[in-house]
Design a protein around this ligand. Structure first.
Ligand code: L34
Length: 285
């Protein structure tokens, strides 16, 4: 049985350190960091994730504000909201929970967030900086995965890392962070030929496909490190499950994460860290 990298415990430990940091920042600057989350529509998953963010902020001592907008909100109204928050000196971080309704151009909205308040690291200039190797805000999920690997001392240099999934918020930045850690990185996806043959070569496998229990035991190598980024709802049981068939893979992996209780809580925890970093950068300008 592989060792479970427990995102819940790790994130709780990191949040305790962040709370300490917020206390000292309050002393130094006379206020705590402020995070504003914009949530559009009534997608239950988005609501659940945002609740997690608001709760984590409270735990860490970050002040959070939630702007809830109807799914029918116009793009211009949303852009106006973002602009107002950009101008508000009392707001340090702005997050627009994705996905947005189809009639809204998410790229346009994300680009409207001021660079210094982009706590997700999704702004095109942050993305460019990431790929150029310049200082930037790292996207929360890949950052959290790297922290999980680091927490158990996985040596990435020279290893074969395979990322399954090529989204802008997970797959692509994940590949770049692994590359920076000197892994040999393969990005596989829905069109990859003989996917199992590719994933079986992975010393470190990152699953970010969004398909319930897609990665089975036959797709991983004995002793592989398996990180499950997926959060899916099982059609029949209604329970959350990952992209990895945990029960099938746990015996074969050396290290493995669970869903829930794995990458999700780390994503939220890294958001808290990014909010603090944006606050400090703004204050020390
Ligand atoms: N702007 N949009 C923006 N930033 C993000 O960083 C996200 N993401 C993804 C979706 N859209 C976003 C998140 O917040 C995914 N995501 C996210 C965050 C938290 C969790 C899962 C996904 C999480 O906490 N998962 C829990 C279970 C939560 C539940 O019960 O619903 C877990 O233990 O995995």
């Amino acid at each position: 049985m592989g060792v479970v990298i427990d995102g819940k415990t790790l994130s709780a430990n990191i949040k305790a350190d962040l709370a300490e940091r917020v206390r000292s920042l309050r002393g130094e600057y006379g206020r705590v960091p402020v995070l504003t989350v914009i949530l559009v529509g009534d997608d239950p998953a988005s609501h659940s994730y945002v609740r997690g963010k608001i709760k984590a902020a409270a735990e860490v001592g970050i002040e959070s504000r939630l702007v809830e907008l109807d799914a029918s909100v116009g793009e211009q109204e949303l852009l106006d909201r973002v602009h107002a928050l950009n101008e508000d000196d009392g707001v340090d971080g702005i997050l627009v929970q994705l996905p947005l309704p189809k009639h809204i151009d998410s790229e346009r909205v994300v680009s409207a967030i001021s660079l210094e308040k982009d706590v997700d690291g999704f702004h095109p200039l942050n993305v460019a900086r990431l790929w150029l190797g310049e200082p930037c805000t790292l996207p929360c999920t890949p950052k959290g995965v790297m922290r999980m690997l680091d927490s158990v001392g996985i040596g990435l240099s020279g290893c074969n890392a395979v990322v399954v999934g090529r989204s802008n918020i997970v797959g692509k930045p994940m590949a770049k962070l692994l590359l920076d850690a000197n892994a040999t990185v393969t990005v596989a996806h829905s069109r990859t030929r003989d996917l199992a043959e590719v994933t079986r070569r992975a010393d470190v496998l990152i699953a970010a496909v969004g398909r319930a229990r897609f990665i089975g035991a036959d797709m991983i190598k004995e002793g592989a490190v398996v990180i499950d980024v997926g959060v899916n709802r099982d059609e029949t049981t209604g329970k959350l499950c990952g992209d990895v068939d945990f029960d099938a893979c746990a015996g074969k992996a050396s290290y493995i994460t669970k869903t829930p209780g794995g990458v999700g809580p780390m994503t939220i925890c890294m958001l808290m860290e990014n909010t603090i970093e944006c606050f400090v950068k703004r204050k020390s300008r």
